[in-house]
Design a protein around this ligand. Structure first.
Ligand SMILES: [Zn+2]
Length: 68
């Protein structure tokens, strides 16, 4: 079944990362799930509640934050 196959593909490609919060600087306070180089679901800082939205390229998003 194609639905089941899609589900397996998603699992294979999901990457879990813990990153430092770009806002408050807390170490590894944000758990990000990436799939196809895009974030999946909201990634929220444990310390300050800063949120990385779903569907962004993580590294590009963080670069843009630095530039502002
Ligand atoms: Zn934070």
């Amino acid at each position: 079944m194609s639905v089941f196959a899609d589900c397996q593909d998603i699992r294979k490609m999901a990457v879990f990362k813990e990153i430092d919060c770009p806002k408050c600087g807390a170490k590894e306070s944000i758990e990000v799930i990436e799939r196809d180089n895009l974030t999946t679901g909201d990634s929220i800082c444990d310390q300050c509640g800063f949120t990385i939205p779903e569907g962004v390229v993580l590294e590009r998003y963080l670069d843009e934050l630095k530039q502002k």
